[in-house]
Design a protein around this ligand. Structure first.
Ligand SMILES: *Cc1c(COP(=O)(O)O)cnc(C)c1O
Length: 385
């Protein structure tokens, strides 16, 4: 069979092999400590599940508007006005099948052959592949651990060419946990406006912040930044709703209408009754978000202190999300060698950094219980020494 060229350009998930191996070992009854999860380990809060159940009983089981249920678009617009200080109206919102789909639709609506998209590495692994699927060219800019894996204004400016169309900003970041300061975000915004680019701001981890650091939404800075910003977000990480497939993009109406068109011919609306869970998530108390954050805060401290005490490993302190991005250079191994050996010798699963464009690192997720964390860290230390 002759497959389309666009498929052959896409890299299959490098992390799958290790994840599959870890799963197979677990199935054999082997006690695996897994730090590989890219999702919160908590159940979805009960009031959110209850709202979806009620919607099912109330017959919310039919096709809905491709853009999303009007009540949910309203609630998201209000959330963005209040939490993020961006003046989005319901017409600026599209509800999508997860944050991933929001990004994919946006890139598909904007990128064509020859367009360049600047992506700081380490990056979330889907960004470059989405750009390639749309026919564009990802321009990867390597950031440094010494700079907490943040792109500098000089690096950003140097990567811009006449073909650059979009810069992708992900703060807090997966995989590094880095958070750009409001000052840094303002400087990036100046460059975006000055060079007339667009910025996709993936804010999926905006609620998972530590030590009082602040999240600034780039779209809130000024009208000329608003016009150039696509704010992408979702319910997966803040509300532990990964399997629900609920995300959204907010942007100028012209772009949102284009993504509604794409969605209308691909997925149509997001699961109708699931959207009622999202409405409940936004409209009810946010105490559940706080509770999960408190658990993450304890785990982060345990993880960061343990890793910092291992002389061959180092990582910048993460200020957001639930990952540690650890430099393994001193072990002399590549990230795949390290993760394979770690799994085989100590039954600890970690994600090789090469999946995120950084082969001298591994990613450990602390979206798992403290007992697993403590045991896994012990084994990791044994492995490294
Ligand atoms: C998890 C994640 C998303 C979106 O996930 P969905 O499950 O599709 O909502 C987007 N960006 C980053 C960086 C993520 O880690």
């Amino acid at each position: 069979m002759k497959l389309a060229a666009r498929v052959s350009q896409v890299t299959p998930s490098l992390t799958l092999a290790i994840a599959a191996k870890a799963k197979a070992m677990k199935a054999e009854g082997i006690d695996v400590c897994s730090f590989s999860a890219g999702e919160p380990d908590f159940p979805t809060p009960a009031h959110i599940c209850e709202a979806a159940k009620q919607a099912l009983d109330a017959g919310k089981t039919r096709y809905g508007a491709a853009a999303g249920e009007p009540e949910l678009r309203n609630a998201i617009a209000l959330k963005l006005q209040i939490d993020n200080n961006i003046n989005y109206q319901p017409a600026n919102i599209i509800v999508t099948n997860g944050g991933k789909h929001s990004l994919f639709n946006t890139i598909l609506a904007l990128i064509e052959h020859g367009d360049e998209v600047i992506i700081p590495a380490p990056y979330w692994l889907s960004y470059p592949e989405m750009v390639k699927l749309a026919g564009g060219t990802p321009v990867i800019v390597e950031t440094l651990a010494e700079n907490a894996y943040k792109i500098t204004p000089e690096q950003l400016k140097a990567a811009i060419t006449p073909k650059t169309k979009i810069f992708i900003l992900n703060s807090p970041s997966n995989p590094t946990g880095t958070v750009y300061t409001p000052e840094e975000i303002r400087t990036i915004a100046e460059i975006i406006v000055d060079r007339d680019l667009l910025v996709i701001s993936d804010e999926i981890y905006e609620k998972i912040l530590y030590d009082g650091v602040e999240h600034l939404s780039i779209g809130s800075i000024a009208p000329e930044v608003f016009e150039r910003t696509i704010t992408s977000n979702g319910f997966a990480k803040s509300y532990s709703m990964t399997g629900w497939r609920l995300g959204y993009a907010a942007a100028p109406v012209e772009l949102i209408d284009a993504t509604i068109k794409i969605q209308g011919h691909s997925t149509s609306n997001v699961c109708t009754f699931a959207q009622y869970g999202a409405i409940a998530a936004l409209n009810h108390s946010q105490a559940c978000v706080q509770e999960m954050l408190e658990a993450f805060t304890v785990r982060r401290k345990v993880m960061y202190e343990a890793i910092s005490s291992i002389s061959k490993l180092s990582c910048p302190k993460p200020y957001g999300a639930f990952y540690l991005f650890i430099d393994i250079r001193k072990t002399g191994m590549t990230s795949l060698e390290f993760c394979n050996a770690l799994l085989e010798e100590q039954q600890v699963a970690a994600i090789p950094g090469i999946a995120f464009g950084a082969d001298n690192c591994i990613r450990l997720s602390y979206a798992t219980d403290l007992k697993t964390i403590q045991e896994g860290l012990k084994r990791l230390e044994k492995f490294v020494s």
